[in-house]
Design a protein around this ligand. Sequence first.
Ligand code: FES
Length: 78
Amino acid sequence: MAREVTHEERGPARLDESDMGDDDMIYVCQCGLSGSKPFCDGSHNATTDEADDVRYKYDGDDPDGKRREIAAIEYESG
Ligand code: FES
């Protein structure tokens, strides 16, 4: 699986202890779909059924059901 995500920010986000949740942890989005970047908002749940060999593009800020397959990924054999 792979995913193309459109980012509009042009710099880093600075995090500090005020960004910690109730469990004193900071969860940073790695899937690219969060609507509250850089924090995880649970949007990654939309990726659980992605196939390994397909690239996806999610449209808009709400990834629920708004994705399309844009290309198959071909891997070279060693
Ligand atoms: S890892 Fe991206 S929303 Fe959770």
